[in-house]
Design a protein around this ligand. Structure first.
Ligand code: SF4
Length: 380
């Protein structure tokens, strides 16, 4: 396991909530100054000895609602309390409709070297349905500004599987995204969460989601289509134009490398235990102001949980699970322990073993959850 950790900073503010969103974020923007002050204190309080940091990620919410001055201050605080490597990947999520060229130029000067642009779509009907605050044109402009500001490591977030979405609509969307030549794409299936405005509409029968089969067809179409344009499908939702453009930060999650999470609802992991901060921004601020750490709870993982987590995370990836590494870590032969399940998966063409690694095929990835549930049934 690498000794180079990661830092995630959660910026839980949005101008407006999207209909499908159940992330920790609020539209109460007047809390931003207090929150940023507390975020600084949390970083200082939890730094300990100067740990090596190789990736930093500003996620949200909408980090691009912060002033560049605040971003600089947070990076300075991290730099004062941790040993940030010179070539650290520093990603910042931006939402079209919240930024202009000058903002991105200043972000670049502040040290941000990777942008994750929440375009979501280049189809105005999809954007309107989703309750996004921007148009397709604004999403396109954001990418232009980013290039002109000097960013070459640009990732686009896209969403697919909206209730009216057909293969034709999605392919048009993907084509428009490819015309912008991003170095990375994150393509997410729409998930309908019950406590969101969209979830409510579905419950009332006002909106009918597309079928599971149709969704999986769109997933497979995405992989094949982007593959034709040399975007490597290196994780369930992630596509990179070449190995060098993979998200180094996210790769650390899939490798179970320890990370610090700062801010409301942020999770931290030290290799053995996971702790998470309060979701409530109010409680988060209150705890910090009272001199406490804003931790809501934590759990120490059992050997079985670690095993399952490793299987679940590695099967999301192109490289899959290293069987020798599994044996070293858990003193168990994966092939012997899960013989029956493994045979079933291999015979059904949902997975394969290659160069000492067990990985899922594209077909297998469409039933990742049930495969992981199968392993969980054998382990827990
Ligand atoms: S911008 Fe992102 S975090 Fe904010 S409401 Fe929309 S999906 Fe949620």
């Amino acid at each position: 396991m690498s000794d180079q950790k990661s830092i995630y900073l959660h910026i839980p503010f949005c101008i407006k909530k999207c209909v499908y969103c159940d992330f920790c974020s609020t539209t109460r923007l007047f809390w931003i100054p207090d929150y940023i002050r507390c975020l600084k204190k949390e970083i200082e309080r939890r730094s300990g000895s100067k740990k090596k940091i190789s990736t930093i990620y500003f996620g949200g919410g909408t980090p691009s609602l912060l002033s560049v001055k605040d971003v600089e201050m947070l990076l300075q605080t991290i730099g004062d309390n941790f040993d940030v490597l010179r070539d650290a990947e520093i990603t910042f999520e931006v939402n079209p409709g919240t930024i202009d060229f000058y903002y991105l130029k200043e972000l670049k000067s502040a040290g941000i070297n990777r942008l994750s642009i929440g375009a979501q779509s280049f189809n105005d009907e999809k954007l309107k349905f989703s309750g996004r605050i921007h148009t397709a044109e604004q999403a396109g402009n954001t990418i232009d500004y980013a290039r002109k500001a000097g960013f070459d490591n640009i990732s686009l977030d896209l969403i697919f599987g909206l209730p009216f979405e057909t293969k034709t609509i999605w392919l048009e969307d993907l084509n428009k995204a490819l015309a912008m030549m991003p170095s990375h794409l994150s393509c997410y299936m729409l998930t309908i969460e019950s406590k969101t405005p969209l979830g409510e509409k579905v419950k009332k029968g006002l909106v009918t989601p597309i079928s599971r089969n149709a969704m999986l067809e769109l997933f497979k179409t995405t992989s094949r289509f982007l593959g034709e344009f040399e975007y490597e499908h290196y994780e369930i939702s992630s596509f990179a134009k070449g190995f060098q453009n993979r998200s180094k930060h996210n790769a650390k999650y899939w490798d179970r490398t320890p990370y610090y999470g700062f801010g409301a609802a942020a999770h931290s992991f030290d290799g053995n235990a996971r702790a998470w901060n309060h979701h409530s921004i109010k409680i988060y601020i209150k705890d910090i102001n009272a001199g406490r750490l804003p931790v809501e709870d934590s759990e120490t993982l059992t050997l079985e949980q670690k095993m399952l987590e490793m299987i679940m995370l590695r099967l999301r990836t192109l490289e899959g699970l290293d069987l020798a590494e599994f044996k070293t870590l858990f003193n168990i032969s994966f092939e012997a322990q899960f013989k029956d399940m493994l045979e079933q998966i291999l015979e059904g063409s949902s997975g394969l073993i290659k160069d000492g690694r067990f990985m899922l095929t594209l077909e297998g990835k469409t039933c990742l959850n049930s495969i992981v549930e199968g392993f969980a049934g054998k382990i827990l």
